[in-house]
Design a protein around this ligand. Structure first.
Ligand SMILES: C[S@@+](CC[C@H](N)C(=O)[O-])C[C@H]1O[C@@H](n2cnc3c(N)ncnc32)[C@H](O)[C@@H]1O
Length: 196
C-alpha cells in the first residue's frame, strides 16, 4: 500500500482544510500557553513536516507554525515564553528543501532570537519518537502528526501519546485509505477492529 506524495502537486482542497484546522488549533493553543503563569517553555513538534510549502507556494504546516508564532511575537516576548520547534522530515531531498525554506524565514524571526529555537531533523518518525519520548513526556507540547496514509501512528505510539499529561496532539489518517483498503490484510494489521 503506497501513499501518494502530497508535495509533487499543489495541495488539494482537503489538504488545505486539514492544514487550516491545524493552524486554527495552534492559534488557540499558543495564547493559552503564553498567558499561563505555569508554563515557561513549550515544544511544538511537526513530526512529518514536508518541505514548508507546496509547489505553488501555499503554506504547509512548518510555515503556518512560524507565521502563527510571529503573530503572537509581542506577547511571547512580554511573557518570556520559550518555544522550541522540532521539524522532522524523513525523505532527504525534502528535508533539504525544508531546511532552505526555514532558513529564509529566520530574518522574520530575529526579534524572537532568545525565545525561539528551531531543530530540523531527518529521521524516521518511529525511531525519533522512541528517542525523544522521555525528554518530551513531562513538558508542555503540541504535536502535529500529519502522516501520509495510516502506518506511522500505530496503536503503541497512540497509547504512549495518551500518557503524555501536558501534551496536545493532532493526527490524521487518510479516509480514502479506509475506504479503499479496509479489508486488505496490510490495513487490518493496523486496524484489526475496523468494520468493512
Ligand atoms: C502528509 S505529508 C506532511 C505534509 C506537511 N504537514 C505539509 O504541510 O506539507 C507527510 C510527510 O511525511 C514524510 N514521511 C514519510 N514517512 C516518514 C517517516 N517514517 N518519518 C517521518 N516523515 C515521514 C513524507 O515524506 C511527507 O513529506
Amino acid at each position: 500500500m503506497t501513499s501518494k506524495d502530497l508535495h509533487k502537486q499543489p495541495f488539494s482542497e482537503e489538504t488545505i482544510t486539514k492544514l487550516d484546522i491545524f493552524e486554527k488549533y495552534l492559534e488557540s493553543w499558543l495564547p493559552v500557553a503564553i498567558q499561563s503563569p505555569f508554563i515557561t517553555e513549550v515544544n511544538i513538534c511537526d513530526f512529518f513536516a514536508g518541505i514548508g510549502r507546496d509547489i505553488k507556494g501555499t503554506d504547509g504546516s512548518p510555515i503556518r507554525i512560524i507565521k502563527t508564532i510571529k503573530k503572537f511575537e509581542d506577547t511571547i516576548l512580554k511573557q518570556k515564553l520559550k518555544i522550541h520547534i522540532l521539524f522532522n522530515e524523513y525523505i532527504l531531498a525534502k528535508y533539504q528543501q525544508l531546511c532552505d525554506c526555514i532558513s529564509k524565514e529566520q530574518e522574520a524571526l530575529k526579534n524572537l532570537d532568545s525565545n525561539l529555537s528551531i531543530e530540523i531533523l531527518n529521521e524516521d518518525f518511529k525511531e525519533l519518537f522512541v528517542s525523544k519520548k522521555s525528554s518530551l513526556e513531562n513538558h508542555f507540547n503540541l504535536f502535529f502528526l500529519d502522516q501520509s496514509g495510516i502506518k506511522q501512528v500505530t496503536e503503541d505510539v497512540f497509547l504512549d501519546l495518551t500518557k503524555f499529561r501536558k501534551t496536545d496532539f493532532m493526527f490524521f489518517v487518510s479516509s480514502s485509505a479506509f475506504k479503499r483498503f479496509a479489508s486488505d490484510t496490510s490495513f487490518r494489521k493496523y486496524f484489526p477492529d475496523i468494520d468493512h
